[in-house]
Structures are given as structure tokens and as C-alpha cells.
Design a protein around this ligand. Structure first.
Ligand SMILES: Cc1cc2nc3c(=O)[nH]c(=O)nc-3n(C[C@H](O)[C@H](O)[C@H](O)COP(=O)(O)OP(=O)(O)OC[C@H]3O[C@@H](n4cnc5c(N)ncnc54)[C@H](O)[C@@H]3O)c2cc1C
Length: 507
């Protein structure tokens, strides 16, 4: 289906002929595998142009979908007759407010940029675990959980004031922006729309376009720039910043891991805490597949069971000493063992830089020796998430024993959010994409994990998006899916915001 000339011309009048295309080559570059292609791609440069495009889509009864840096798997057309808003021309950091500790960005600012600017000012931000190549808009990230979430929280909580072009083309300014023209608060005065614009995950393109957003930022005790040497992935800070320390600590059992993580949270010593397994640690530093396999074997042989990666950042010499002592005490109490190659000064600086700048996610997830998928997972109370993953794990183990999944060293993947105020868990699976039998395994694991989540009352996991998943979980969760559809219908009466990955309304 090609857009009617009248529609194309109207869109062209908004963005100019050089900022719209329907060339197959261009549309192909936005397509995901066998999914439908967009009818046209537009490059709006400001909120006014976004609003004009959204209004035209409503008028001509075509759909639209926005994307920021386009890293995620959810920005696809979803169906025929959809116009893309690629927001790459909206790429400015609008404000960094040092005193009140927030930053305001447009959608195409990436986290690597924002974090570098913040560090110059003694500040830092949470970054989606997908990598610092992603949009610095908390509302572009799926959950916005990442390496820094133990000290820097996550998308839902960091979101402050917001400028939103609603699906029918209104501009809504949420929080203090709407009442005072300031960015520091995402909610009042007055009723908050936080629960409308996102829940556990964001609406994945299905509820209009976010054009500017403020987020909370955090204290950074490190240097204003990372002076680095070397070649990727072995960029190394020329020295490990004073007061910083990195360890990978493995435990004899997942129970001990969980208790130790709790203690790390209670004592607030973690700057980064991630439940990486040996396969992910290996791929973080490997430069080729053979190295990857060799490190994987070395790390798997050295760990005693599941573990976590921890980076600590001292604010003063006595704070550094305190944190070191607390970690040692936790390791002694729960029989934790340090993985020596990680603390080895030859490797420690590189690991630290890659985790703090969040540069190696793609290698941790996708590599020739097996794709990783966070097949299921959620964010809730840490203990609950830990139990959920453990209850879902036996199937994974069986599939590994049957040779349909690849071993990855350990389970589960757990992390703390806000020093244990919340927690995140994932059942990571690793499989060979060339093997047709292996390709059936993710669906099998997913079905089992859904059953476990529903029967065990483990909440609504992060992989729940789209009609089928909401319809499966809603009836067990206060019928939230009915409310979500009411929200969708109220804010998007013409169903203009393409919502395959959110929720759709059938009258
Ligand atoms: C390898 C990998 C690892 C990942 N790991 C994590 C992880 O650890 N934690 C986590 O939370 N997520 C993770 N994800 C998911 C991740 O959050 C998103 O993929 C990522 O944040 C997308 O960023 P982006 O800026 O490229 O957004 P895009 O890909 O551009 O968009 C993502 C979604 O948001 C919508 N969207 C984007 N911008 C706007 C906007 N301005 N207005 C309205 N809708 C918009 C899009 O339509 C799309 O549905 C991972 C993904 C990958 C591929």
C-alpha cells in the first residue's frame, strides 16, 4: 500500500521534501525482518511539526509511530498504513540543572552524550541496560532498568516533567511544566498523569509522542572525564578513579546470593550491581569468538555458583574504606568468592569503564557463540523477583541438558533497584539461532514462565506488552487490561497511534 498523494503532499508540507521519504531503500532500513514496512518516514524537527503530523494522521485515518534512537525491537510498523516519525532531528540537551539535579532532553539525545555532560558537573544518570547508545529519554526505554539502577533507580521513577503530543494531536505538559513552565516535578500540582503515560513498561509507541522530558540525575563521585587508552573493547581508563572498586562475587547457592544482595542494598554500598553470568562477563571483554569461549570456560570453572558484579564508588577515603569493609564482611558471611580475572588490575579498569559507560550490552546479548534473551523478568520486590526466576529455572536447566539451550554458567540474573527498594530479575536463556530446535525453546520457556508468574502471583512481568499478553494477565490482576483499553480509547479515539506493542481497542 502506498500513501495517497494527497496525504504524502500534506506531510511533505510539514517537514519539507528533504525530510520525508517513501523510497524502498529507506523504508527497508526501518523494517524489522519480516514485519510490515512503514508507508513513509518523516523527520520532524520540533514539537510543532510532530503535532502537525499527528493531526494529519488523525484527519486522513492513517496511523503513526515514533521512535527515538531505534535500538529497540518495538518501533516497527506493526501493520500496513503506518507513517514513521523518526525523531533524530530533535537532538538537544535542553537543560542540566545542577542545583535541583535534573536534566531535560529531546528524544535523540543518547545516554552516552548526557552522561558525559553530567560527569563534567559531578552528576550521573541511570542508563537503560540496552546501552548508552539508546535515547536518554526515560520514556523511550522499555523499563529503563540498567547497570546503574541500584544507585540511580529506573525509568518510571526518574521521569519528571514531560511534553507529550497525545495520539489525537493535543500538546500536554505534565507536572510542573504545565503549571509553572518548569521541569522539576513530574506529577502535581494537581492530579498526576504518570500512570497514564506509562506503567510497568512504557506504551512502546502506542500512545502518542514524547517530545521533551526531564529526569532526575544523581551524584557522581568520579572524575569529570574518563581519560581512556586502548582499542575497543579494551578501552581502559588511564587509571581507576580513586575510591572506585570492582568485583565479581560468586556464591555457593542462589539463596546465599539473594541474602548477600539484600545486605549490599541495606548498607547502600553499591554504585552498580548486576547479576551477570560468566557468559556475559566473558563477552564483555572478548574481542573474538575464540576468546569469548576461552574466557567463558575460565570464568565458569572459577565461580562457585551464581554471582553479581558490583562496582563501589567512595565519596571520601573513609567512605571507600567503609564500603570495602562492608563488602568483605558480606562475602565472609555468605561465603562469597571474588572472580580474580575481574579484579586483576590488567582487566579491572576496562571492565569498570564499559559497565559505567554501559557500552557492551550488545556484546553481552548477541554474539556468534549464542544469542541471549531476557526471556522473562520483572521489576517488583527483590525477593519476589528472585523467587519468580528460581521457580521458572528448572525448565531452562532441562533444555540445557537436552542440548536445546546453551549453558551460560549460572542462574538467576538479579539486581537491586534503589538499594533494594525494588528489585529486578530475569531468566536469561542462551541459544544458537542457526539451530531450528533451539529456536523453539524461547517460546516454551516463555509459556512456562507466564504460567509460573500467574499461578505464583509474581506480578506482571516486563515482557507483558501487546493484546495477547495483556489479555492473559489482566483477568488475574484486577482486570487492569480493561482499564488500559479505556485509557487507550479515551486518549486515542481514532486509533491513530499504532499500538501492536501496547494495547488495541476492538469495539
Ligand atoms: C540488546 C538489548 C538489550 C536491552 N536491555 C534492556 C535493559 O537492560 N533494560 C531495559 O529496560 N530495556 C532493555 N532493552 C530494551 C530497551 O529499553 C530498549 O530497546 C531501548 O531503551 C530502546 O531505546 P531507543 O532509544 O532506541 O528507543 P526506540 O527503539 O527508538 O523506541 C523504543 C520504543 O519506544 C517508542 N518510542 C521511542 N521514542 C518515543 C517517543 N519519543 N515518543 C513515543 N514513543 C517512543 C518506540 O515506538 C518503541 O516502541 C534492551 C534492548 C536490546 C536490543
Amino acid at each position: 500500500m502506498t500513501l495517497k498523494r494527497e496525504i504524502y503532499k500534506a506531510l511533505e508540507d510539514v517537514v519539507g521534501p528533504e525530510n520525508i521519504s517513501e523510497a524502498p531503500l529507506i523504508l527497508g532500513s526501518y523494517a524489522q525482518r519480516t514485519r510490515p514496512r512503514f508507508e513513509a518516514v518523516t523527520l520532524p524537527q520540533n514539537t510543532g511539526e510532530v503535532q502537525a503530523i499527528v493531526r494529519l494522521c488523525n484527519r486522513f485515518k492513517v496511523q503513526f509511530k515514533a521512535s527515538s534512537s531505534g535500538w529497540g525491537a518495538y518501533g516497527d510498523a506493526g501493520g500496513p498504513g503506518v507513517v514513521k516519525l523518526d525523531l533524530r532531528r530533535m537532538n538537544r540537551i535542553l537543560e542540566i540543572n545542577e542545583k535541583n539535579m535534573y536534566a531535560v532532553v529531546e528524544p535523540y539525545v543518547i545516554y552516552a552524550q548526557l552522561q558525559a555532560e553530567l560527569m563534567k558537573r559531578g552528576l550521573n544518570c541511570n542508563i537503560t541496560g540496552a546501552g548508552s547508545n539508546c535515547s536518554a529519554l526515560p520514556l523511550a526505554a522499555h523499563q529503563g532498568i540498567g547497570h546503574l539502577s541500584v544507585s540511580g533507580s529506573y525509568g518510571e521513577r526518574n521521569q519528571l516533567a514531560l511534553e507529550w503530543v497525545t495520539p489525537d494531536g493535543e500538546i500536554v505538559r505534565l507536572g510542573s511544566l504545565g503549571s509553572l513552565g518548569q521541569w522539576w516535578c513530574g506529577d502535581g500540582p494537581g492530579p498526576s498523569l504518570r500512570g497514564i503515560i506509562r506503567g510497568n513498561v512504557m506504551p512502546l509507541g502506542g500512545l502518542g509522542v514524547y517530545t521533551k522530558a526531564a529526569q532526575k540525575v544523581y551524584h557522581w563521585p568520579g572524575p569529570s572525564t574518563f581519560a581512556i587508552e586502548g582499542v575497543s573493547p579494551h578501552y581502559n581508563p588511564s587509571q581507576i578513579p580513586p575510591g572506585f572498586m570492582i568485583r565479581y562475587v560468586s556464591f555457593p547457592s542462589s539463596d546465599k546470593l539473594s541474602q548477600a544482595a539484600h545486605k549490599v542494598g541495606a548498607s547502600e554500598i553499591g554504585f552498580i550491581l548486576m547479576g551477570f553470568n560468566p557468559a556475559m562477563m566473558a563477552s564483555n571483554m572478548a574481542t573474538n569468538n575464540n576468546e569469548d569461549r576461552a574466557y567463558f570456560k575460565q570464568f565458569t570453572d572459577l565461580v562457585q555458583g551464581p554471582g553479581f558484579l558490583i562496582i563501589m564508588a567512595g565519596n571520601s577515603p573513609s567512605d571507600t574504606e567503609y564500603k570495602k569493609k562492608v563488602l568483605q564482611q558480606i562475602m565472609d558471611e555468605y561465603s562469597g568468592k571474588s572472580l580474580e580475572p575481574v579484579e586483576d588490575p590488567k582487566n579491572a579498569g576496562g571492565f569498570m569503564w564499559r559497565f559505567i559507560r554501559v557500552t557492551s550490552s550488545i556484546r553481552e546479548v548477541a554474539r556468534a557463540s549464542g544469542i541471549f534473551a531476557g526471556q522473562v523478568g520483572g521489576t517488583d520486590v527483590f525477593y519476589l523477583m528472585h523467587q519468580y526466576i528460581l521457580r521458572s529455572s528448572p525448565l531452562k536447566e532441562r533444555l540445557i541438558n537436552e542440548g536445546r539451550l546453551l549453558a551460560d554458567g549460572t542462574d538467576p540474573f538479579v539486581q537491586l533497584v534503589e538499594h533494594g527498594h525494588a528489585g529486578h530479575g530475569e531468566l536469561l536463556i542462551r541459544f544458537n539461532k542457526q539451530d531450528p530446535e533451539a529456536m523453539k525453546a524461547p517460546a516454551e520457556v516463555g509459556m512456562f514462565a507466564n504460567k509460573t508468574a500467574i499461578e505464583g502471583h509474581f506480578g506482571v512481568p516486563g515482557h507483558v506488552w501487546g493484546d495477547a499478553a495483556h489479555d492473559q494477565y489482566g483477568p488475574h490482576t484486577s482486570n487492569y487490561h480493561l482499564w488500559l483499553r479505556k485509557i487507550k480509547k479515551t486518549y486515542d479515539p481514532n486509533a491513530a497511534s499504532e499500538a501492536t506493542n501496547y494495547i488495541t481497542v476492538n469495539d
